[in-house]
Design a protein around this ligand. Structure first.
Ligand code: GRF
Length: 208
């Protein structure tokens, strides 16, 4: 499975993917890492791993669609088949989604549909939930609204700060993202459309 990974930040989820491919836990090849931020730690991690990197500054494009067009070109140039948003802090448009239909995945640090959008960990703390978690989902045109592939529950502890909760979540994010991608790579994920207006059902078969 040829992957393109989009990052804006520190890239620990990207690192988890790279490590899993190297250790034979994920039958995938990270062909390119694209960032909208030159200073993203994810770019450093990619370069250290010998993965091709591309920087596309979204401010240089007249519209989200124009930016996504450049993203698609960068991904196609490396023959990418699946796209992973791993801490990519941009809303994507139909330009990217139509180029990779039902082949764009996102990792989100909350149990969707709770706490979509930015600062999900702070949202969870502010709300006072006792558990939160992380979600891997197919990306659609909404913000964190696409069909859910997998979720992990993580407790919120009484003394948690945003930072302690983020750290506890990240450990589970890394595991969930890798296991989700492994399921896709092994051909164990099927998406079944239901009636008009209904959300598709995502089925994951157990490993053989
Ligand atoms: C993660 O919490 C991810 O769920 C969110 O942004 C963060 C990225 O972390 N979308 P990293 O760049 O992978 O370390």
């Amino acid at each position: 499975m040829k992957l393109g990974v989009l990052v804006s930040g520190s890239g620990t989820n990207l690192q988890a993917i790279v490590d899993a491919t190297r250790e034979g836990r994920l039958a995938a090849d990270v062909r390119v890492v694209v960032s909208n931020k030159e200073g993203a730690g994810g770019l450093v991690r990619a370069r250290e791993a010998g993965v091709h990197t591309v920087v596309l500054d979204h401010r240089a494009y007249a519209s989200r669609e124009a930016f996504d067009g450049a993203l698609v070109d960068a991904l196609r140039a490396e023959e990418v088949e699946w796209v992973v948003l791993a801490g990519f802090m941009r809303i994507v448009t139909r330009v990217l989604l139509d180029a990779f239909p039902m082949r764009v995945l996102n990792i989100h640090p909350a149990l969707l549909p709770a706490f979509p959008g930015v600062d999900a960990q702070a949202q969870a703390l502010a709300y006072g939930v006792r558990v939160t978690g992380c979600t891997v989902h197919f990306v659609d045109a909404g913000t964190d609204t696409g069909p859910i592939l997998a979720q992990t529950v993580v407790p919120v502890l009484p003394d948690d700060t945003v930072d302690t909760l983020k750290a506890r979540l990240l450990v589970e994010e890394h595991a969930l993202l890798v296991s989700s991608l492994a399921a896709v790579a092994d051909g164990r994920v099927t998406v079944v459309s239901r009636g008009p207006g209904e959300r598709p059902a995502v089925r994951i078969a157990r490993p053989a």
